[in-house]
Design a protein around this ligand. Structure first.
Ligand code: DO4
Ligand code: MG
Length: 284
């Protein structure tokens, strides 16, 4: 079951279900927004019943998919894959041991990533900082969690990062991670799926320049070091999320050190079980 948000015509934003690759079911007459559904005690049966109701359907080509986030803050976990730890230790100097230590520590790295209204959706622009020289996308499985701390769905996240800023000094992490268009989510939220199932999924990244692929990488969700419940548990320690929260789970795909994104590059992140999130790069 894949939930989405879409714009039907200017300013009319609707919650929906992706029925297939070409059709979206319009839930707007029955449900106020996606958050109401994500908060439902019986999400699977609620969505199942809505699908059987004969609600209006639209061609996907006639609507614009939006980031599947409403009032949820977006957070991110870091250094959860060996690949991320190694790449970060290589790019940094005096802070290299911090990555080593956090990879092994009981407490994960968790950082604030984005306000919901700043998140880019499918086909929107993702940003590279004008004052950075080394920018990469970070393709990540994103957990969708409700206000009760229950993991209710999965989406795709892009944790855009300025590697030179982070590598120069770990205290620059907020600037390397949080700037205009630095976070993208979409195209939908897969619900009624277990962590066990999600751990069988593959994450793929393709970066295209002038129509040609310039980088392709792949990882398996099973390579993540930490359990999803463990990450959620730490995030909800001494903190409430009244609207729920989205948590990116870290990257396991890092392009080679001589690669940096350029304006007009296209990033396509695919996660089996969710779909593909495509964006175009621009300097911000
Ligand atoms: O430690 C800095 C950020 C790590 C991160 O974003 C990742 O591993 O995905
Ligand atoms: Mg990341």
């Amino acid at each position: 079951m894949k939930l989405c948000r879409f714009e039907l015509h200017a300013g009319r934003i609707c919650p929906g279900v992706l029925v297939d690759d070409a059709t979206v079911l319009d839930l707007s007459s029955e449900v106020e927004n996606l958050t109401c559904l994500l908060e439902a005690a019986d999400l699977r049966s609620r969505v199942g019943a809505l699908i059987k109701q004969g609600l209006p359907r639209h061609a996907l080509s006639a609507v614009r998919l939006l980031a599947p986030v409403e009032h949820q803050e977006v957070w991110a976990a870091g250094v959860t894959y060996l690949r991320s730890k190694k790449a970060r230790m290589e790019e940094s100097d005096f802070s290299a041991t911090a990555y080593d230590k956090v990879y092994a520590a009981a407490r994960p790295e968790l950082f604030f990533k984005s306000l919901p209204e700043k998140v880019a959706g499918p086909d929107d622009t993702v940003g590279i900082r004008a004052d950075a020289q080394w920018s990469v996308p970070e393709p990540e499985l994103a957990l969708v969690i409700n206000s009760r701390g229950e993991l209710v769905g999965f989406t795709i996240g892009n944790d855009m990062s300025s590697r030179d800023l982070e590598g120069e000094n770990l205290l620059y992490l907020p600037q390397a991670k949080i700037y205009e268009h630095s976070c993208a989510l979409g195209p939908c939220i897969t619900v009624a799926t277990s962590e066990t199932e999600a751990r069988t999924w593959t994450i793929r990244l393709t970066i295209t320049r002038n129509g040609q692929p310039v980088f392709q990488g792949e990882t398996a969700v099973s390579q993540i070091k930490r359990g999803f419940t463990e990450l959620v548990d730490y995030l909800y320690r001494s903190q409430r999320f009244p609207h729920g929260v989205i948590l990116l789970t870290g990257t396991g795909i890092v392009p080679p050190d001589d690669f940096t994104l350029r304006p007009n590059d296209q990033t396509a992140i695919s996660i089996s079980g969710v779909g593909t999130l495509t964006n175009v790069v621009a300097t911000v």
